[in-house]
Design a protein around this ligand. Sequence first.
Ligand SMILES: *Cc1c(COP(=O)(O)O)cnc(C)c1O
Length: 412
Amino acid sequence: MALVNIHFLNLQNNYLFADIAKKVNAFKVTHPKTDVISLGIGDVTQPLAPAVVTAMHNAADEMASAEGFHGYGPEQGYNFLREAILKNDFLPRGIHLDIDEVFINDGAKSDTGNFQELLHWDNFIGVTDPIYPVYIDSNVMIGRCGTFRDGRWTNVRYMPTTAENGFVPELPKGRPVDVIYLCYPNNPTGTVITKQELRKWVNYALKNDALILFDAAYQAYIRDPEIPHSIYEIRGARKCAVEFRSFSKTAGFTGVRCGYTIVPKEVSVSTFEGERIPLNQLWLRRQCTKFNGTSYISQRAAEAIYTPEGKAQIKATIDYYMDNARLMLDTFRSLGYECYGGENAPYVWMRTPNGSGSWQFFEELLYGANVVCTPGVGFGPSGEGYVRFTAFNSHEKTKEALDRIKEWESNG
Ligand SMILES: *Cc1c(COP(=O)(O)O)cnc(C)c1O
């Protein structure tokens, strides 16, 4: 008899974006003539950089000849891309990594979801709250999170990040956390972490022999020179942290699929007997068994973002999105809304006015201004009372959405 992995049955099947789509569709059925603008999308909209497109064409042409054909590549990725990453993303920040510490993947979602399988099932995990749902759900699938009660998992430590604590999560008190997920710049709040605060987490991890899984998918959006782009800017982090990066938000690769994970050779975890097991070797072993590499064409595409033209082009697109973020912040603040983030990240996190719930405000905005946002509570219990706006729509649509919101507000 084939038995199901019952942990999958514990997953909360009301997937946030499916719920939003359902509500938007219900609106469209009753208002067929109204066009709705989404400031809720978590996907980029602008075309790939020309340097990337050229690299993809060239790679495709290479594949058309017997000499240039590439079949299975190395599971860890091609050296041309791993070298470009070291040279451009880390060396300029004074971070010296070995090429074997870089693992190319097909996007950060896979690795942030899969990495937990190297860890014993009863590790105690901690997440900042609200958070990208992949971290918790991938741990639920292996039975690590306990049961879901009153909007939270019994075996997960939620570390609230809210306006009340200035979006600076407190270190866990009481039972130590074994595995900590941090995402900075943060999705969904758009807030960042200072070096000083990040140092506290690294020190906590070193002191408690904990592992930090650091998601830096939005590091390219950081404007403030004081904000760390990598956790390895903090001394000691290479003993306790794994870092996930993605070209999805950096260079519009959501449909191309390419990212990478840094697993330093010094990071290790323990057996019950106290033997130290380096995660780098374990992850390599895992990847060689379960992953057959990212496509050659995608890796050549990613390499192209490190050329001078590529760099200038992706920067222009990031600036484009950040102009939208600026416009959202300015408009919302002029309307008296309380907003966070949006300065070093493509997300604006707004406190819902008059204490309305996330879903209530979502519906009011949909029916009143025909604009879609994302209810904050969908990202965790501390997201209740907030909504997320993304900067990924076009200038024109963003501006029009904001005009609609202004008009809706002025009609009271
Ligand atoms: C978009 C996003 C990613 C990247 O996902 P990909 O699989 O690389 O497209 C990773 N982490 C967070 C928090 C994200 O929002």
